[in-house]
Structure formats: C-alpha cells, structure tokens
Design a protein around this ligand. Structure first.
Ligand code: MLT
Ligand code: ZN
Length: 462
C-alpha cells in the first residue's frame, strides 16, 4: 500500500521533499517556540503548478497543509505539530517584474521583505511596509497576517500595498485577484479577504505590490516622558505640527533589556516612558518647527528630556532602542500579546491594564512597547528563571483572559498585527462576535471545502 507521501513523490517526481528530523524541526515551527514540531514532511515547490498539484493531492489524501514563509510569525500560524505537510514557499523567492507606469513590483511569495525593499529602491521607489524582522520574514507571510510594523502611521498596513494576488485556493484552483487594477468595482474583492486570512483560505503564489516615492529627508528624535498621560499629549502635539513617519513607544523596563543586549543609552537618568519618533524634516523651517514642538512639550511638563539624531548612525542607534526590544527579550521566552485600541482609547486602557496585571501577577515581569501612534501595544510577559514552562504558560493564559476582557471593555482587538494563529485562538470571541466567526467558518468552507489549509489556526472548523 502506498503511503500519502510516497504517492506525492510518485505523482510529482520533481518536487523537493524533505523528511530529515532536522528539517522537520526547522520548518515545523515559527518564532513562538511553544509547540513541538511534528510535520509529515516538508514540500518546497518551485512553481504555481506544483503548489496546485500538492493541493489536489492533499484533498484526495486528506492531508492537512501548513503554508510556510519565513516562519517569523508570533502567533503560531505556521506551526506544524500534527502530521501536516509543510508547504514552504522558500524556493519561490524571485522578483518577477517591475512596471514603471503602474509603479508595481510583482514578486513570488517567498521573497524576504528586505529583498523587496532593495528591489523597489533599484527603481528609485520604496515599498513602505517595514519592521524589525525584514531580513527573515517573507512577503507571503506578511500578506497572510496583514502585517503592520513601524511605518503604519504614515503608510498603513500591508493591505494598502497589494495591487493583485495570485492565490491557490484550498481546492487547488488558481485565482487571479484584482490583476493590479487601481479601480475594480466588479463585485466582492477577494484579494482583501485573502489578506490577513493566515493561510486558511488559500496560498499566495504571486503578489503585485504597489510602490511609492521615497519619503523626504527625516529626523529621528528620542523623547523621555514622565507619565502615561503625557504620551497622548505628546502624540497629539507632534502630529498636529509635523508630518510623522513613525511614533513608537517603550517603557523603562524595555529599555533595561535592550541596553543589556548591547544598545547604547541615549538619554541619562531614570524615566518611565520613551518615544522614538521620525518625521519629515525637509528644510531648516521644518527642523525648527520640530524643536518648537519639543520645547512646547517640555514647557507643559509632558517631556522630561530628548535627543535629536545628528547623523544616520545616531538615528540608527535611536531606532535600535525600539527595534532591538524583541531580540533582547528572546532569552526570557516571552509570552507575547499584540493588542490594538482606538488611539483615543489607549490612555484609558493603559490607566487600568498594567495595574491589573501587576496586581494579579506580581511575580511576572511585563514589558510594554509598541506602535502607539496606531493604537497598537505589544505586551510581552517574561518567564521567571525558576518557573516551569507549563506553569508560566498557564499563568500567561489566565493573564491573557484578563487582557481580553479588559480589551472588550475598551472596544479593542486581541490581535493588531501578529494574527490569531494558535496562540490567540481561545480569545477570538473577545474581539469578534459569534455571528462573525460563524461567517468566517462559512467562508472557509467555500474556499477550502475539505478544511485542508492550516486547520486549527484562527478557529477550529465546526
Ligand atoms: C515589534 O513591533 O517589535 C514586534 O511586532 C513585536 C514583538 O516582537 O512582540
Ligand atoms: Zn510590532
């Protein structure tokens, strides 16, 4: 009797298949590191046709498929822990074309975000979505989670930059969604349904990305803040007078970790909150305007200290204080939360949530940082050295329940940009109604009638 895998190898003799223990381990997990990888095998197709053939085989043999990109996800969306076939897009990583008139770049899904940036720059343009894992994450994964990052305040999420998608649906059918059109008022826009669907509806096999002009020259400023209320005041003041490219926040606890990991202190003294902001600074007038806003914030008592980068190297050093946080926390096996609120609701949420967590879980160190200008907060809980993994996860899950309930009170979302995956699945109902989740299940049935694609991610099939 042929096993499903020998059948696949027989049907697709040219398909690269990996079954070594090391490969199963490597491709079976993402950055969550919580589940023990146990995939059936790893398939590395090189063409759209191979992806379609794999999907047809998977439907016939009832084998679950986990689509896989750079595996930098933080919600377990690319974990294969149940005998699934990992379908890695790593070999489909080329730029396919540039269109100067439409200003689009067509790429394969396995290309790294950083390579997209480079390709765009070669044409004097930019692809503006950006975040710290740019060198490892893939554009297909970015699309699957509608990734955000540090420039959303200026440019929006991945969704804004997708002009067209080719997608292999759960039944193996190839769909060409929007074909790069600027206007297309011809019924449902499935492109936007696919973006953020975390590999549960289809596999992105080609993407046409919009590009834009590089931003004008900018300045980077680090600000130290005395309290939380100052955060929204400073944001409002900076946004009113300057054209912001980024407005990011972190606490002294985050700073402690990033400094211990090699970043350089830029402001002396103890301050509870910090902001890194970048804004257009095209001429002396705009630089003076920035100093005026800064002075105004100092006068009001909203900012206790600040520094303006005087060179690119200094700007990079200031950015490292924010972008280096994730890496600095890795040794503490952080339990990650990624929440969003309407920007105006952030202060009210921050007035209650950190205190609630500190009161209920005094033994857990909680690191707050994030894209405050988008209402997006990252809440990382660090594992105490003497706490068993299982105990830590159990406590974090209880803490996340509290977080989800508090978010609900404030009209927020349990996932801003990392997706739901496996990690946030138990809390989906705190953000989406029962009716909405029922509709999601229904949509999945249409795209993937046999429930082959990424089962168990986002929600459990009915
Ligand atoms: C970031 O913005 O640095 C990441 O999305 C957050 C994280 O690693 O938790
Ligand atoms: Zn983030």
């Amino acid at each position: 009797m042929t096993t499903p895998l020998t059948d696949l190898a027989r049907r697709l003799p040219g398909l690269r298949l990996l079954t070594d223990a090391g490969d199963l381990e490597h491709y079976g997990r993402d950055w969550t590191r919580r589940w023990t990888p146990a995939p059936l095998a790893i398939a590395l197709p090189a063409t759209i046709e191979e992806v379609q053939d794999i999907m047809r085989w998977a439907n016939e043999r009832h084998v679950a498929i986990v689509p896989s990109g750079g595996r930098t996800g933080l919600s377990g969306g690319a974990v294969a822990a149940n005998g699934e076939l990992v379908l890695s897009l790593a070999r489909m990583n080329r730029v396919l074309g540039f269109d100067a008139v439409d200003r689009t770049l067509t790429v394969q899904p396995g290309i790294a975000l950083e390579a997209v940036h480079t390709a765009a720059r070669e044409h004097g343009l930019i692809y503006p979505v950006d975040f710290a894992s740019r060198g490892s994450c893939s554009i297909g994964g970015n699309i699957a989670t509608n990734a955000g990052g540090i420039r959303v305040i200026r440019y929006g999420n991945t969704r804004e930059w997708i002009a067209g998608l080719k997608v292999v649906a759960g039944n193996g059918e190839l769909l060409e969604l929007n074909r790069g059109l600027v206007k297309n008022s011809s019924g449902y826009d499935f492109r936007h349904l696919l973006i953020g669907s975390e590999g549960t509806l289809g596999i992105v096999v080609e993407a046409t990305l919009k590009l834009t002009n590089p931003p004008p020259s900018s300045q980077v400023m680090l600000l130290a803040l005395p309290d939380l209320d100052a955060l929204t005041q400073v944001f409002a003041a900076f946004r009113a007078k300057l054209s912001l490219q980024a407005f990011e926040f972190f606490t002294d606890v985050a700073l402690k970790h990033v400094l211990a990991n090699g970043a350089q202190r830029a402001i002396d003294g103890e301050h509870p909150y910090y902001v890194v902001t970048e804004f257009d600074a095209v001429d002396e007038a705009s630089q003076e305007r920035a100093l005026e806003v800064f002075g105004h914030c100092v006068e009001k008592g909203w900012v206790s200290d600040g520094v303006v980068a005087q060179s690119e190297a200094q700007a990079a050093a200031l950015w490292r204080l924010r972008e280096g946080i994730t890496e600095s926390l890795v040794p503490y096996k952080p339990y990650k939360n990624d929440v969003s609120l309407r920007i105006g609701e952030v202060p009210a949420f921050l007035r209650v949530m950190p205190a609630r967590l500190a009161q209920e879980y005094p033994q857990l160190e909680v690191v707050w940082y994030g894209h405050i200008g988008d209402g997006n907060l990252h809440i990382n809980v660090l594992k105490p050295a003497d706490m068993a993994d299982a105990d830590f996860i159990a406590q974090c899950e209880r803490a996340t329940k509290l977080l989800a309930a508090t978010l609900k009170e404030h009209g927020g979302s349990i996932s801003a940009e990392h997706g739901i995956g496996l990690v946030k699945r138990p809390y989906l109902e705190s953000t989406r109604s029962v009716a909405e989740i029922a509709l999601m299940r229904g949509v999945r049935k249409v795209f993937d009638p046999n429930g082959i694609l990424n089962p168990g991610k986002v929600f459990v099939d009915a």
